[in-house]
Design a protein around this ligand. Structure first.
Ligand code: DLL
Length: 439
């Protein structure tokens, strides 16, 4: 069994030493944030907590939470802890009502993030002899940049493919003998299917491992992908606010993801009360960055529901493990790897002059997410010709694409035809649940 690490001095550090390191780093990070981020200083002052009150991780519960709404309120510079001139990069993801979340990085932040991704690549069996094909999206999304940086650090020959153009992906995979594939699990499954359609057998490619994440996926899907591509499929977790992919990653055990605890302090809270829960409890995952310079976040509520475990892992890593996210404590959907909030859809409808009477239908067909939105047409459009209605659907689709980054199929339906609910409106029908996907 392969047992190599990218940074063994941290990845296999005894648990009591990790705790000591976290204690020290937390004290420094809280002081740094208090001194440099007015937004968070105000939150701490309001709660009556000073940096001196934080002596170690056991004091974490005294600190106020940060939520996605805070990021929106502080957009774009309000949570920046250093001069913009010290920053070398931004990455971004969609926010709750259209305002995007913008995360800033200094060069040290980029280095730390890439180290985390390099740990994931090595845990998946990667070394400098590998050809790592990165088909996560490049650009504002963190997937491409993160795995690209990690792959470089390991010394793999890195193919910066970005997502899409499956024909070209397959051509490069075959011609350049890719050994590691990095993309969303649904895209990996799609590549597997396309290879089969083209008459390739799993043993025809040189792939040995895949590093898949950014969206929920099941054990069944893992088995399918492993079979169709002839590889071992590893999960990877992360979020833009905290850095990107590589906050946690799977090892050869393929049973939960090790959190890079020397950089990110994880806790589980009750999403209703905010109370910290003991290890092993199911609850909302909250992260505190321990050594970020540009965009440090203290007690950031991820809204991802999961369970942490300190059980000894046969890989030798001592970092705490998290389960796959088991759901969310908000209404965010992940469709084709993109985060989508119903509030964004409402904002587009209102901007385009529609009433916010709509229904979102998401499904997964042939391993690809389908995304349909039924929208009640305006009374004045009801007598329009079919051609006129199609043109309006296209117009709305394009406005949605601009807001969300992905293309839904829009269906304009008769006014008042979407069922009204007496309680909470049922805006979302997510048929992926039938596949056991935790949405
Ligand atoms: O999805 C970062 C990433 C890129 C992770 C590539 C892994 C690989 P965001 O776009 O900010 O960042 O979305 C973050 O995606 O809070 C989870 O709800 C979800 N998510 C991320 N990884 C997984 C995973 C990237 N392995 C949000 N399984 C998170 C399930 C995941 N959900």
């Amino acid at each position: 069994m392969q047992k190599t690490f990218f940074q063994p001095e941290f990845e296999t550090m005894p648990v009591d030493e990790i705790k000591k390191l976290q204690d020290e780093k937390l004290v420094k990070q809280v002081k740094y944030v208090y001194e440099n981020v007015k937004y968070y200083r105000d939150l701490m002052d309001k709660k009556g907590v000073k940096p001196e009150d934080i002596k170690g991780t056991e004091d974490l519960h005294k600190l106020p939470f940060l939520k996605k709404d805070d990021l929106r309120e502080a957009y774009p510079y309000g949570l920046l802890a250093t001069d913009v001139k010290n920053c070398v990069r931004i990455q971004s993801t969609s926010g709750t009502t259209g305002k995007r979340v913008v995360a800033f990085y200094t060069q040290n932040d980029v280095d730390m993030w890439e180290d985390c991704c390099a740990r994931a690549v090595v845990a998946a069996g990667g070394s400098n002899g590998d050809v790592c094909q990165v088909c996560y999206g490049y650009g504002l999304f963190t997937g491409g940049a993160g795995l690209h940086g990690g792959s470089h650090k390991v010394g793999c020959l890195t193919l910066p493919m970005s997502s899409g153009n499956t024909e070209r992906q397959i051509q490069f995979m075959m011609d350049l003998n890719s050994t590691i594939l990095c993309c969303t699990p649904s895209y990996a499954a799609y590549i597997g299917e396309t290879l089969k359609e083209k008459g390739y057998k799993p043993e025809d490619n040189k792939l040995k491992a895949g590093i898949f994440g950014a969206e929920p996926w099941t054990e069944e899907m893992r088995q399918d992908i492993q079979k169709s591509l002839g590889i071992k499929a590893y999960d990877i977790y992360g979020l833009t606010e905290i850095s990107g992919p590589g906050v946690a990653f799977e090892c050869e055990e393929q049973a939960g993801m090790h959190i890079n605890e020397d950089h990110f302090l994880a806790e589980i809270i009750d999403p209703e009360t905010g109370e910290s829960l003991p290890i092993g409890s199911k609850g909302e995952l909250v992260f505190t960055s321990l050594d970020k310079e540009a965009f440090p976040l203290i007690r950031y509520r991820t809204r991802d529901i999961c369970v942490l475990s300190r059980e000894k892992c046969s890989c030798g890593r001592t970092f705490v493990k998290m389960t796959k996210p088991l759901g969310r404590s908000d209404d965010m959907m992940i469709i084709r790897g993109v985060n989508v909030f119903p509030s964004q859809i409402e904002a587009v409808l209102i901007n385009c002059g529609y009433a916010p009477n709509y229904q979102i239908i998401v499904d997964r067909v042939n391993n690809t997410d389908t995304f349909d939105i039924n929208v009640e047409m305006k009374d004045t459009d009801f007598s329009d010709t079919p051609k006129g209605i199609t043109a309006k659907e296209k117009e709305l689709q394009s406005a949605m694409k601009t807001m969300l980054g992905i293309n839904p199929k829009i269906h304009l339906v008769a006014p008042k035809s979407i069922a009204r609910s007496e309680g909470k409106a049922v805006r979302l029908i997510d048929k992926r649940k039938r596949l056991g996907i935790n949405v």
